[in-house]
Design a protein. Structure first.
Length: 130
């Protein structure tokens, strides 16, 4: 009985160390890409403390929040999101110019995600030359 508790404890510690290593890699990617500062202060605190403190990840609320933050960082790292951010201002200006010059339906272009992403791709040659 005591032997199985020790084995469970060893497995738990090794898995929490693996999780800490994964979180450190995610933090490095987020910091290098500038996404780190777009996260809430609480989210940054959760990630940084979970990598620095000697804790076991047994709380389901903590694990859910960490998974949510990592998914959010992954979404922000995607090319589609980056192209969306890059093309948003240009798409707005194009739609505004077209609607001011007589094409009334151009106001709806700003609501079209594909139109905005297209402008982001167009403005960033690295995305379509890969």
């Amino acid at each position: 009985m005591q032997n199985s508790l020790i084995e469970d404890n060893v497995v738990l510690e090794s898995s929490s160390e693996k999780l800490k290593n994964v979180l450190k890699k995610v933090m490095v990617k987020a910091k290098r890409s500038g996404i780190w500062w777009k996260l809430d202060t609480i989210e940054r605190g959760i990630l940084s403390l979970s990598t620095k403190l000697d804790i076991r990840f047994t709380s389901m609320k903590l694990l859910r929040s960490i998974v949510h933050i990592v998914k959010e960082i992954g979404k922000m790292l995607s090319l589609t999101y980056q192209n969306y951010l890059r093309g948003l201002k240009t798409a707005y200006n194009v739609a505004k110019f077209a609607s001011e010059n007589g094409y009334r339906e151009a106001k709806d272009w700003v609501k079209d995600k594909n139109f905005i992403v297209w402008w982001g791709i167009f403005l960033n040659p690295k995305t379509y030359t890969k």
